[in-house]
Design a protein around this ligand. Structure first.
Ligand SMILES: NC(=O)c1ccc[n+]([C@@H]2O[C@H](COP(=O)([O-])OP(=O)(O)OC[C@H]3O[C@@H](n4cnc5c(N)ncnc54)[C@H](OP(=O)(O)O)[C@@H]3O)[C@@H](O)[C@H]2O)c1
Length: 308
């Protein structure tokens, strides 16, 4: 079958090329594949014999970062743009006929105290970290629903599990991402679509460089000391993170190959420590006010419970 025919009959073309999940070869669609862990995920997926749609705001940067490969399609996608998302998904389906794994990876980091972050900075954080993944997923879901298969992996963070000082905007985006993903899971599971939230700890990418991190302007004396200390700490972490994004990419390949894939993957010993602390905190918070909490039912409900 010629490439031209592939373009006209993508779904038939795909079955003819046996690129569906049954053959083990999948079509990965990755956001933010020009820098950071998106590059490693794209390279790992290609090296494992998959087809990859590597997307980013600048396709030259993505092409240079990911390199050349027969089963690679590079497409422009700013995740804050719904038209970009729709066009990128169309291009992916025209080329490969399907999308098996969506990786919502692209994000940035607006760091600072809530009151020092401007409302516009918070909106930009939510636009890339929360609304962006929603835009791309909204464009991909009709394809996955038609296939009655697919896997949506969204990269959250330890900051999607626990609130951290100086991270109020980033945590808001990542907590939002988690709530949305957890609610999406039962909506799409009956349609054969799986979801996985990934919580990485610190990985050595470009997230803490000035290309990806924007610090709030120090403007409130009450926060001056904390702001200076937190900013110095984050700047010192840049290029010192212990996590290896190439290993994370390999782990995600394994996660995506599971039948069914896990709903959550906590990536890194530091991320596990955060998750365990969160579980402990929640249990303590439950226990501290269990009696008060369980005394809140209406009297007739409580009476019925007591009579049982
Ligand atoms: N590295 C860590 O320690 C860590 C920890 C926890 C979670 N994470 C999460 O991991 C994911 C990947 O981050 P990373 O560490 O690889 O960071 P990174 O090295 O800074 O890469 C971020 C990527 O996102 C892209 N991006 C930013 N805004 C975009 C937009 N509007 N549209 C499309 N692409 C956009 C960037 O592309 P441009 O070149 O166009 O800016 C870049 O390719 C993020 O979701 C991040 O929150 C990272």
């Amino acid at each position: 079958m010629s490439d031209r025919q592939d373009e006209r009959r993508p779904e038939t073309a795909l079955h003819a090329r046996r690129e569906g999940p049954t053959s083990g070869k999948k079509v990965w669609f990755i956001t933010g594949a020009g820098r950071g862990m998106g590059v490693d995920i794209a390279k790992a997926a290609l090296a494992a014999g998959n087809a990859v749609v590597a997307t980013g705001r600048n396709i030259d940067v993505v092409s240079k970062a990911v390199g050349q490969a027969e089963d690679l399609l590079v497409v422009k996608l700013d995740v804050t743009s719904r038209p970009d998302a729709e066009a990128a998904v169309r291009a992916a389906v025209e080329r490969f006929g399907r999308i098996d794994v969506l990786v919502n990876n692209a994000a940035n980091f607006y760091a600072g105290y809530f009151e020092e972050l401007t409302p516009e900075q918070i909106e930009r954080q939510l636009a890339t970290g929360l609304i962006g993944p929603m835009n791309v997923t909204r464009a991909v879901l009709p394809v996955m629903r038609q296939q009655r298969s697919g896997h949506i992996l969204s990269i959250s963070s330890g900051a999607g599990l626990m609130g951290f000082e100086f991270n109020s905007a980033y945590c808001a985006a990542k907590f939002g991402l988690e709530g949305w993903m957890e609610a999406l899971q039962p909506e799409v599971a009956p349609l054969g679509i799986n979801t996985t939230i990934v919580n990485p700890g610190f990985f050595r990418t470009e997230l803490l460089t000035q290309e990806s991190t924007t610090y709030a302007e120090p403007s409130i004396a009450d926060y001056a000391e904390g702001h200076a200390a937190r900013r110095a700490w984050y700047e010192a972490q840049n290029r010192q993170q212990s996590g290896d994004p190439a290993k994370l990419a390999q782990a995600l390949l394994l996660i995506a190959s599971q039948e069914p894939p896990p709903r959550r993957f906590i990536a890194g010993a530091d991320a596990i420590a955060v998750a365990e602390q969160k579980v402990k905190d929640l249990q303590e918070q439950i226990n501290a006010y269990r009696d008060l909490s369980t005394s809140l039912a209406r009297d007739e409900v409580k009476g019925a419970e007591d009579r049982r």
